[in-house]
Design a protein around this ligand. Structure first.
Ligand code: ADP
Ligand code: MG
Length: 457
């Protein structure tokens, strides 16, 4: 694929994921300047555009990485002789800056925080089953701008059960009632970081303006406020100010409020004064329905057999449904094949045996891989590149990436502090070899099972 086609495809990928206004403001002015290996150089008209592009760099890099099947990096330069759309309007703002400022000024209080909603997380795409019926009904009730029922709404449940999806669906729905309705979605981490920055930059009043002038505030994963005392105090005041003004608040967490022991009591008691609903792991039928919904949305055809094969294996974290689907459809597309049950078994087998891991650590994986290949941990993490050690190392890296939430640099640190790109190559090598090598597949399956079932860490 030539560079321009790659770029167009990456843009298309993002277009489907972010709202139209942000796309045209932040991404349309961006130009592909050149490709140097896996580095893509992008050009933007101004420093302002460059800073606004920052929130999308990860998504762009992910999209490009998938296309080139390698880790893509992005560099952003400022176009020197930008002419199109860059005419000077006399006050120093280019047209594209003006557009960006316009969008920003529609956000409550200015560019202090910007967390766009995921376009795919709507009520239309949310599948209702026994496990989430009550939470869904409550979310819909809260989305009615004329009703003040259930304030605050507190949604809790395990990872990947649809909390963020439901919250953002409320956001989309409220926004659909008109531009004048201010909706702000933030993760608790974004709230915290923005607060810390605001304190550091002496922009506290701006911060308060931003968070206290909304009609609906959605705060995701409040368990991460744990131990952040100042942030909790600030959030307590934000909460009260919105609540007293009759504005809506929706919160999510992995636990019900009474179990959030690291949070101040006064905050917990505020969380408890509205409605508390939970989302449970869905039954098989609902999981199949969710998978079908996702497949349809991305134009992928799945037979019933394949749908059930996947849904039977993804029991808790529904994010894995999307992961499985992406893996299959990418493979089918690249090889120009239709998705069959054999393909699903072959590609997803090891992927599923890594499902439902609870506490797998890098150290545990290293130890089990060393036992299996009869080498020492020093040899595994050392510098010797002979195949006797290099292959187990690649396998261990692969398992660390698949079975823990560690990033490549984190894994690299525990493998003798080598460069993270070498860890990435090891990972990709195994990923690639696995498809053609049943022997390797069996080894991986065996290792994954031992790691999961084995005692201790
Ligand atoms: P959580 O915030 O609870 O960790 P998410 O809301 O991010 O989980 O959901 C994980 C993935 O599962 C998302 O892709 C989401 O769209 C999908 N998902 C979860 N529940 C449903 C549902 N009931 N219908 C459709 N998709 C769902
Ligand atoms: Mg979430």
């Amino acid at each position: 694929m030539d560079t321009m086609t790659l770029w167009d495809q990456a843009l298309e990928d993002l277009r489907s994921r972010i709202d139209r206004e942000s796309f045209s403001t932040y991404l349309e002015p961006v130009r592909m300047v050149e490709r140097r290996g896996d580095t893509f150089v992008l050009g933007v008209p101004s420093e302002f555009n460059r800073s606004m592009l920052r929130s999308y760099l990860h998504q762009l890099e992910d999209a490009l990485s998938e296309l080139i099947e390698n880790d893509a990096h992005i560099e952003v330069t400022i176009d020197q002789n930008e002419t199109a759309g860059g005419e000077d309007l006399g006050d120093g703002f280019s047209e594209s800056e003006r557009r960006a400022l316009h969008v920003q000024s529609q956000l409550p209080g200015s560019p202090i925080v910007h967390c766009p909603l995921n376009q795919n997380f709507t009520f239309d795409s949310f599948v209702v089953g026994e496990s989430n019926r009550f939470a869904h009904a409550a979310a819909q009730a809260v989305s009615d701008p004329h009703s003040m029922a259930y304030n605050p709404l507190f949604i809790y449940g395990g990872v990947g059960l649809g909390k963020t999806h439901l919250m953002q669906a409320i956001g989309h729905k409220m926004r659909s009632y008109g531009e004048h309705i201010n909706v702000l979605y933030v993760s608790s981490e974004a709230f915290m970081n923005t607060f810390i920055d605001a304190v550091a930059q002496k922009r506290l009043s701006e911060f308060r303006n931003c968070f206290r002038n909304v009609d609906l505030l959605l705060v995701d994963d409040v368990q991460f406020f744990a131990n952040a005392e100042r942030t909790q105090a600030e959030f307590f005041h934000t909460f009260n100010s919105l609540f007293d003004a009759g504005k809506k608040i929706v919160l999510s967490s992995d636990q019900q409020p009474s179990n959030l022991q690291q949070l101040e009591e006064r905050l917990v008691s505020r969380f408890e004064c509205g409605l508390i609903v939970d989302v449970q792991p869905p039954d098989l039928e609902t999981r199949v329905a969710i998978l079908r919904e996702k497949a349809e949305a991305s134009g992928v055809r799945l037979s019933d057999e394949v749908s059930i094969y996947i849904a039977e294996r993804v029991k808790r974290n529904l994010r894995k449904l999307q992961g499985a689907l992406t893996k299959l459809s990418a493979h089918a597309l690249m090889n120009d094949e239709v998705i069959t049950i054999e393909m699903a078994r072959q590609l997803l087998g090891p992927f599923f045996s890594g499902e439902e891991h609870v506490k797998v650590t890098i150290e545990k994986i290293q130890k089990i891989v060393c036992d299996f290949f009869d080498i020492s941990v020093m040899e595994l993490t050392g510098a010797n590149r002979s195949r006797q050690f290099a292959r187990p190392r690649q396998i261990a890296c692969y398992l660390c990436r698949e079975m823990t939430n560690s990033s490549f640099p984190e894994i690299a640190r525990k493998f003798g502090g080598r460069d993270h790109t070498s860890i990435m190559h090891g990972y990709r090598k195994i990923q690639k070899d696995m498809v053609k090598d049943p022997d390797l597949q069996n080894r991986l399956k065996y290792l994954m099972k031992t790691i999961k079932d084995g005692p201790g860490r």
